[in-house]
Design a binder for this molecule. Sequence first.
Ligand SMILES: Cc1ncc(COP(=O)(O)O)c(C=O)c1O
Length: 394
Amino acid sequence: MSKIKIEYANRIKRLPAYIFAEIEQLKSEKKKEGVDLIPLGIGDPDIATPQLIIDEIINQLQIPENYNYPTSMGEQDFREGIQRWYKVRFNLDFDSESEITNLIGGKEGVANIARAFINPGDIVLCPNPGYPVYENGATKLCDGEPYLVPLLKENEFLPDFEQIESNILKKAKMMYLNYPNNPTGAIAPNKFLKEAIDYAEDYKFFIVYDNPYSEFTFEDYIAPTILQLNPYHIEINSASKIFCMTGFRCGWAVGNNEIISGIRKVKSQIDSGCPMFIQRAVIKGLNEYTSEKKPEIVDKNMKVYEKRRDILIKGLNEIGWKTEKPKATFYVWSKIPEGEKNSMEFVKKLINVGVILTPGIGFGQYGEGFVRFALTQPIEKIEEALERIDKVIN
Ligand SMILES: Cc1ncc(COP(=O)(O)O)c(C=O)c1O
């Protein structure tokens, strides 16, 4: 018997229990029983990465220099490509030397930014329901204190700053905002973004604008970045959703040079960057933009998701489950039908018929009472899911 003592750090002990274990178990039981599962839970695009990008990865792989260590801040041509994209897409000018840095996907940046700026006890404003990394992977793992900012339906899933006590705002160092929003599908009007900037200035915290769904928009809606209203905050974005490249791990942070410098310092001690052939292929894709409008390689995929959204929303309303149409993201956020106990129990009922959704509680306490659909299945499967849901709720 070894005398070695293994004890987790206190910060690890603060992480929440994995609430999806029960769902995973149920899913595998159903699979064993031969039930055909329709996964509408995970937000991972089912559409292939554009061929132009795949071809560029293959081209770049013919160049042996691309096999070496990249720099963690991103190659110069990558940063210049991002610089060009912000100009064409948002009409913003950033310095590729000091105001742009590469990330190994947005998640890495969302988490690592806290290492650069959060001291033990610092308050971080985390929208809830929200991407769980804000509260856990970022704030708690840096010994910070997450303050959960409720995103309520009656406020169109936007934070209500008046409801946050001023002593909390005074102690806040950083706030995450994410619009178009996961999981609610909400978008941020400019009026709200201006208000957020005013609060940030008054209380001296900065905003991490997490914008991975900036291109995941429908009809004629064009999503802004908060940097258009004030370039002194920071935006994190990635190729994951724009080009259906979740597995390739390439993102970027843009904005305030002091914040960029902090992220770079952290990263230079931890990682060695996103592979060069991927950085270059992502820029090949972004170079397709000639204006704020989505280029064909992005637009055609968004049209696929838009059609799926319309079929799902129409179907849910027809079977009596009132659900609103989101203007952006590939998520549909819906209140659980009347009479259902809670989001987890309702999701379990649907797993019995092979339909997999994410319970709202998985995005935090203010997500309770809702479920999230991810539009990551073809139309036939969505229609099949609707038939099965109809049998459960009616
Ligand atoms: C709100 C939000 N932020 C960040 C990410 C991270 O994406 P990635 O690391 O693939 O760029 C996701 C992924 O689902 C997300 O939903």
